[in-house]
Design a protein around this ligand. Structure first.
Ligand code: ADE
Length: 354
C-alpha cells in the first residue's frame, strides 16, 4: 500500500518533528529505577533459560553471516523482561536500540520518522505492538519485509509515489496479547518467543542481584520470602524489595531477613500468593456479587471501578496461571482454589449463603 505523507496534508515528512522515541527525561521515576537495575548481558539476565539459549544461537548465526537479526516477537504477561531482553540482544549484537511503544506511533509521520532515523543493523523495539493502528501497520509491512517505504505526494492526477529505501534493521515487537496481533503482522516476524513466569528460586536470584546494586543487605531466606509473593514477575520482585527495605530501615536496622520480609509484606497487604487488594477485590467481586461467575470483564471492571485493560493485562495473567481464575466463553469464574484462598466455603455452600 502507498501512504499519503503526513496525514493527507501533502507536506513532506519531517523526521525531526516530535520524535516518538521515549526520551529519558520523559519517563517516570519507576522506569528510571527499572533501567538502572536492568541486566545488560545474558550472564546477568536471570531466568528464561530456554529462550536465552535459543537467542544466543540466533545472535551467533547472524554475526557469522554478518547480517541483521530476523525480526523478533516477544509475548507474555507484563513485567517478565521483554524490554530488558531486547536491550541485552542489542548489546550482544553491538548495535543501538531505539525504544518506543505502539500508542506513541499514532500518526503516520511518527512511524515513518522513526524508521527513517534507523541506521543499518539497528534495533527498533516497539512495545505493546498489538496496539499499533492499521495505517502504521501497513507502513511497517514493506519496511519489515523488503526494507523500503512507499510514500505518495500530491493529489489524484498529480500523485507521485516515492519509494524510499531503508537500512536493514531488526524490529523487536513485544506484546502481552499475541492473539490481538493481526495475522499479516505476526507472519512478518521470523522468530516468535513466549516469556514464562519465573520460578521462586529465579526470583530470589533477581532480588539478591537488585539488592546488591541498591546496597541492601538481605539473607537468602529473606530473598525467598519476597520471591514467594512476587507473582512470578521480576518487575514486582524488584518493587517489593525496595518497599521491604524501607520497612526494614524504619522498623529495624535496614537488613532484610525472612521474618522482616514477611512482616513488611503483610503490612503492604500482599498475601502468601502475592495477591494485592486489587486481585483479591476482583476474585471477591466474582464470588460475592456474581455467585462465582461467569461474569464479563467489562461488568467486573465497572463493579470494581477499575479499567478493564488493567484487570485483563495486569491482574488476570497471574490469577489464571495460579489457578484462581478461569476464563470461559461466558466470562470469568472464580475457581474452588480462589474460594479456599479467600476463606470462603466451597462454591455450592457459598452460593446458598447469598
Ligand atoms: N531484573 C528484571 N528482570 C531481570 C532478570 N531477568 N534478570 C536479572 N535482573 C532482572
Amino acid at each position: 500500500m502507498s501512504i499519503i505523507a503526513d496525514d493527507n496534508t501533502n507536506k513532506k515528512v519531517d523526521i525531526n518533528a516530535k520524535n516518538p522515541v521515549i526520551k529519558p527525561e520523559a519517563v517516570e521515576y519507576d522506569r528510571n529505577f527499572e533501567n538502572s537495575i536492568r541486566p545488560k548481558s545474558f550472564d546477568s539476565y536471570i531466568g528464561q533459560s530456554a529462550l536465552k539459549e535459543a537467542l544466543k544461537i540466533t545472535i551467533e548465526a547472524a554475526k557469522k553471516r554478518e547480517k541483521p537479526l530476523d525480526h523478533l516477537l516477544f509475548y507474555g504477561p507484563p513485567g517478565l523482561g521483554k524490554t530488558t531482553l531486547a536491550g541485552v540482544i542489542a548489546e550482544q549484537m553491538g548495535v543501538e536500540i531505539k525504544i518506543t511503544s505502539a500508542p506513541a506511533l499514532e500518526r503516520p509521520r511518527d512511524i515513518i520518522g522513526i524508521l527513517m532515523s534507523l541506521k543499518g543493523g539497528e534495533i527498533l523495539f516497539i512495545d505493546e505492538i498489538h496496539r499499533l493502528n492499521k495505517v502504521a501497520e501497513e507502513i511497517l509491512y514493506p519496511a519489515m519485509e523488503d526494507f523500503y517505504l512507499d510514500m505518495t505526494t500530491g493529489k489524484s492526477q498529480t500523485v507521485k509515489t516515492l519509494r524510499i529505501p531503508l537500512p536493514k534493521f531488526t524490529l523487536i515487537g513485544a506484546t502481552t496479547k499475541a492473539g490481538e496481533l493481526s495475522g499479516p503482522l505476526r507472519d512478518r516476524f521470523g522468530i516468535i518467543h513466549r516469556l514464562e513466569f519465573y520460578t521462586e528460586e529465579e526470583l530470589a536470584q533477581v532480588i539478591k542481584r537488585t539488592a546488591g546494586i541498591l546496597e541492601i543487605e538481605i539473607s537468602d531466606d529473606g530473598a525467598l520470602a519476597i520471591a514467594r509473593r512476587s507473582r512470578g514477575t521480576p518487575r514486582i520482585a524488584n518493587r517489593l524489595i525496595k518497599r521491604v527495605s524501607d520497612y526494614a530501615l524504619v522498623k529495624y536496622d535496614g537488613a532484610v531477613n525472612e521474618k522482616i520480609a514477611n512482616k513488611a509484606l503483610d503490612v503492604l497487604s500482599i498475601d502468601e500468593y502475592g495477591l494485592d487488594n486489587t486481585d483479591r477485590g476482583l476474585l471477591t467481586a466474582i464470588i460475592e456479587k456474581y455467585n462465582g461467575g461467569p461474569v464479563g470483564i467489562e461488568t467486573l471492571a465497572a463493579a470494581l471501578g477499575e479499567d478493564s485493560r488493567t484487570l485483563e493485562d495486569v491482574c488476570e495473567p497471574f490469577l489464571l496461571q495460579a489457578g484462581l481464575l478461569q476464563r470461559t466463553p461466558r466470562g470469568r469464574k472464580a475457581t474452588p482454589a480462589a474460594y479456599r484462598h479467600l476463606g470462603y466455603r466451597n462454591a455450592v455452600e457459598q452460593q446458598n449463603l447469598f
